[in-house]
Each structure stands twice: as structure tokens, then as C-alpha cells.
Design a protein around this ligand. Structure first.
Ligand code: HEC
Length: 173
């Protein structure tokens, strides 16, 4: 009985107070130019993954019209709005010591499904440099971005060229 009580006190009193004190006393590292510990990185990553999985559960990508056109459309949006941070094939984007660091998507690809990618683009990831793009893109554009992002590290041949081709008659970009 005594051991049980001690265990109870440890679990429901000492541990929560200790955890609260850890944060309130400023012991949690918040500097983004200090490398996080492995456990913090794992905890952050798994928390984000679980939240994205839950948020996007039940969402379904609409049947694609022409898949290649959707990938090219999403790719062009990526080049204009995302490549500065996330990088292009063979060339890293600008990572101004962000923590969490910006994943270089053309090199590492992504584990997320297309509905999850749509959800991330729409809502962003809190406390990171990944903002919510929902107000700036239509739903259809975010599905196009998702089609593109899902293939970003294994692009079907010829599509990067189409993505980076300038529109006929366009002035500089
Ligand atoms: C200011 C830099 C910045 C810009 C611009 C930016 N992102 Fe991000 N993005 C991030 C960071 C940082 C993360 C990592 C967040 C984390 O670790 O939880 C991220 C994560 C992501 C992820 C999750 C990738 C994975 O597999 O873990 C996707 C997808 C994504 N961004 C898509 C986009 C798209 C699409 C755009 C443009 C519309 C964009 N991002 C613009 C910084 C940026």
C-alpha cells in the first residue's frame, strides 16, 4: 500500500510539478542557433506528424484531371513561393539558421500523403518558419502543390523542364 501511495504521489504530483518547473524556470532551450538534442528533435517531429495525420484524416484528393498538368502547375507555384526556402534540385534554399531547419524537399522528398501535404500548405506548422498559405492559394492550387510535392524527389522525366520554362511572351520571370 505504501509503495502504491509513493508511486501515486510521484506520478501525479512530483512529475507534473517538475515538468512545469522545467518550463517556467526557463530551462527549456529556445535558441534556434543551438543544436537541439536528439530527443527534442524526435519529440517535435513525431508530434507534428501525429497532428498532421489527424488533421488530414478523412480528406481525399479530388480525382486529377490531367496529372502532369497539375504537377507542372504546382511546380510553378513552388518555384515562385516556396523554393527560396525549400530549395531546388542540386541547389539548397536559404536557411537562416531556422529551427526546425527547412527540409530541402527536392533532395529529401517527403513522407506525407497528398491530403497531408494539402493540409500542411493550408495550415502551416506552428512555431516554425512554415506559414499557413491557405489565404493565398485556392483549394485547387493547393491540390496541385500536393501533386507536385509528392513527387518532388522523383519527378517524371521532362517535368522540371516544363515547370521552369518561362511562359511564352512573359517579360522576365
Ligand atoms: C520561410 C521559409 C519557408 C517557406 C517560404 C516555405 N516553407 Fe515549408 N517549411 C518550412 C520549415 C521550417 C518547415 C519544417 C517545419 C517542421 O520541421 O515541422 C517546412 C515544412 C514544410 C512541409 C513538410 C515537409 C516534410 O515532409 O516534413 C511542406 C510539405 C512544406 N513545408 C511545403 C511548403 C510549400 C508548398 C511552400 C510554398 C507555398 C512552403 N513550404 C514555403 C519553411 C518554409
Amino acid at each position: 500500500m505504501k509503495t502504491f501511495l509513493l508511486g501515486f504521489i510521484a506520478a501525479f504530483v512530483v512529475l507534473p510539478i517538475g515538468a512545469l518547473a522545467y518550463f517556467r524556470l526557463g530551462l527549456a532551450e529556445m535558441r534556434s542557433d543551438v543544436r537541439p538534442t536528439a530527443w527534442e528533435t524526435r519529440l517535435m517531429q513525431s508530434t507534428v506528424h501525429a497532428s498532421v495525420r489527424r488533421g488530414a484524416s478523412g480528406m481525399q484528393a479530388p480525382p486529377p484531371g490531367n496529372l502532369e498538368d497539375a504537377i507542372v502547375e504546382g511546380g510553378k507555384l513552388y518555384v515562385n513561393g516556396c523554393m527560396g526556402c525549400h530549395g531546388e534540385p542540386g541547389k539548397a534554399g536559404e536557411d537562416l539558421d531556422h529551427y526546425p531547419p527547412v527540409p530541402q524537399l527536392p533532395q529529401v522528398g517527403t513522407q506525407y500523403s497528398e491530403p497531408e501535404l494539402h493540409w500542411i500548405v493550408k495550415h502551416g506548422i506552428r512555431n516554425t518558419a512554415m506559414s499557413a498559405y491557405g489565404p493565398f492559394y485556392s483549394d485547387q492550387q493547393m491540390w496541385a502543390l500536393a501533386s507536385f510535392l509528392g513527387r518532388i524527389d522523383h519527378m517524371p522525366p521532362g517535368l522540371w523542364e516544363r515547370i521552369q520554362a518561362k511562359a511564352p511572351g512573359s517579360p522576365t520571370k
